[in-house]
Design a protein around this ligand. Structure first.
Ligand code: AQP
Length: 331
């Protein structure tokens, strides 16, 4: 079976609707057809400042959300990145074949660094995409389900994998991004021209573990426009288009049907339907996360089993890489 790899950072207490629609939901759907590896990328989560106790807690909460979102730890390999040392080890090797200029062109780094300021920006944030390339290449992943914002990083992963292969001999599979167009980018409800984002936060964010009341309030106060028409016009009506995208994805109804349904109705109605569609997923999701967190020992045991499975692949890949580049095998 072809392989799939993806991961998310445990940087917040909750995943948001963009993470769910852009990534997690695809992960769950792909388990049936792929040999799937899903990782809580905690090494990535320390690139922009963090609190240790919070990280411990958020790593478990993120893993619990993967499961609540449909990842089945029996069918997929679900693990925590720092439990598998080969990620950091391969990242070092790849960083030695990455051009400084090449890494400097990563737009996500440029955006985040601009937000943080030069003194607060770490070298870890700069080399983040190289670590991400290592995550993916270690498992010989064919496909990487992500949102649109990750396309450039997957391109870099292919470049680095290809470069290594041509310098040292065929070693890595070159992955392709898997980015279904409809949910490639969910926008901020307050600024529907910007992607919904954990690090930007604010009231335009729908967090899956938020109080249902808060979620309802945020959808109610989503920015629309002064017009009346309910059409998915990204260019002229980005707020309305975003709400339609969310409704369509959450209720599995085609956009055209929704537009048809809302002819002559108002934005208030649209927001009500978005709210109930979101709640239908979010309420059982929250319940499942609570159950999983009630038994952290069981969750930790499950993650340990996942890490052991992941290492069966990653240790083999790293050994091959070390051999190809001329590191002596230890006695
Ligand atoms: N708004 C979005 N629409 C669709 N997909 C999205 N993703 C993130 N935001 C949207 C996808 O979710 C996964 C999260 O990966 P990550 O934890 O590495 O975080 P990220 O890509 O950096 O995006 P976040 O979660 O909003 O955090 P910020 O903006 O703070 O960095 C990825 O597959 C991503 O594409």
């Amino acid at each position: 079976r072809p392989r799939v790899f993806s991961g998310m950072q445990p940087t917040n207490a909750s995943l948001h609707l963009g993470n769910y629609l852009g990534a997690l939901r695809q992960w769950a759907a792909m388990q049936d057809h792929y040999d799937a590896f899903y990782c809580v990328v905690d090494l990535h989560a320390i690139t922009a400042g963090h609190d240790a106790d919070q990280l411990r807690q958020r790593t478990r909460v993120t893993a619990a959300q993967y499961i609540a979102g449909g990842v089945d730890p029996e069918r997929s390999t679900l693990f925590v990145q720092s439990h598998v040392p080969e990620h950091a080890q391969l990242a070092w090797v790849l960083s030695c074949i990455t051009g400084f200029g090449e890494a400097s062109r990563m737009t996500q780094f440029k955006d985040k660094a601009a937000r943080q300021g030069a003194d607060a920006t770490t070298v870890g944030l700069f080399t983040y995409p190289v670590l991400q390339a290592a995550d993916i290449l270690l498992y010989h992943a064919d496909k990487v389900p992500v949102g649109e914002d990750q396309r450039q990083h997957i391109e870099l992963t292919r470049d680095l994998g290809g470069r290594f292969n041509s310098r040292f001999g065929p070693t890595f599979t070159l992955p392709s991004p898997y980015i279904p167009e409809a949910t490639a980018k969910i926008y901020d409800l307050q600024d529907p021209t910007a992607k919904m984002s954990k690090s930007v936060g604010g009231s335009g964010l729908i967090e899956l573990l938020d109080e249902p009341k808060t979620i309802e309030k945020r959808i109610k106060s989503a920015v629309t426009d002064t017009g009346r028409e309910i059409v998915a016009d990204r260019e002229n009506k980005p707020g309305v288009a975003n709400l339609i995208t969310i409704l369509s994805a959450m209720s599995a109804r085609p956009v055209a049907d929704i537009e048809q349904d809302f002819v002559g109705r108002g934005y208030g109605d649209l927001k009500k339907e978005v709210t109930s569609a979101v709640m239908e997923t979010v309420l059982p999701f929250q319940q499942r996360v609570r159950e999983l967190l009630d038994d952290p020992a069981e969750l930790d045991a499950l993650l340990a089993r996942g890490a052991a499975k992941a290492r069966e692949v990653s240790a083999h890949t790293l050994r091959q890489v070390y051999d190809r580049i001329g590191f002596l095998e230890p006695e």
